[in-house]
Ligand binder design. Structure first.
Ligand SMILES: CC(C)(COP(=O)(O)OP(=O)(O)OC[C@H]1O[C@@H](n2cnc3c(N)ncnc32)[C@H](O)[C@@H]1OP(=O)(O)O)[C@@H](O)C(=O)NCCC(=O)NCCS
Length: 158
């Protein structure tokens, strides 16, 4: 069987519809407005985002995942990462996270942090597999439904 060929590239404004489709397909994710995505994908010097593409119908590239993160001082924060359910567990999340960590290191961040719902075991396992550690928690951090968050961190070595 041919291995899934995944291409990671910087996100562009034209990708927003697909990014929103993927985000909305996961009901436990906080849903952001289109305006928020336009602001985040403005690619100012702080926010960065990548998409993962595979070859879709008629050889057109199809976006199947994205990561959005923000770098301030020496800390990079993952705002959101998601892979289309049909392509989950194919290593795409891993490639997206690797790109985000590499870009964070290139931009002099020393650690990557994120929050995750305490009930989101698949994501927690994914982060642990990537070597993130649970370093704290935030009470009632999420709404709809209200839930605590774990704070997870990954040190970036030089
Ligand atoms: C979390 C997420 C991005 C992972 O992406 P993915 O492409 O499925 O992950 P990968 O295939 O790269 O998995 C890498 C490793 O993470 C762990 N992992 C990933 N999904 C897992 C699951 N559902 N259950 C347990 N471990 C999991 C495994 O160790 C896996 O390695 P393995 O397949 O060799 O065992 C994806 O599941 C997703 O989009 N979830 C919904 C959105 C979400 O909750 N985002 C996080 C918000 S904080």
């Amino acid at each position: 069987m041919k291995a899934l060929e995944v291409r990671i590239r910087k996100a562009r404004k034209g990708d927003i519809d697909r990014i929103i489709d993927i985000e909305r397909s996961w009901h436990h994710l906080s849903h952001w407005s289109i305006d928020s995505y336009y602001r985040l994908l403005n690619d100012d010097s702080f926010t960065s985002s990548f998409v993962a593409e595979i070859e879709g119908e008629k050889n057109y590239p199809n976006i199947v995942g994205f990561v959005i993160f923000h770098i301030a001082a020496d800390v990079s924060e993952i705002y959101n990462i998601a892979v289309e359910a049909a392509h989950a567990r194919s290593g795409i999340g891993n490639e997206l996270m690797a790109a985000a960590v590499q870009e964070s290191g290139r931009r002099k961040a020393h650690k990557v942090i994120l929050e995750v719902r305490k009930s989101n075991n698949p994501a927690i396992n994914f982060y642990l597999k990537f070597d993130f550690k649970i370093t704290g928690e935030r009470k009632n951090y999420y709404s709809n439904p209200i839930e605590d968050a774990y704070i997870m961190e990954l040190e970036i070595s030089d």
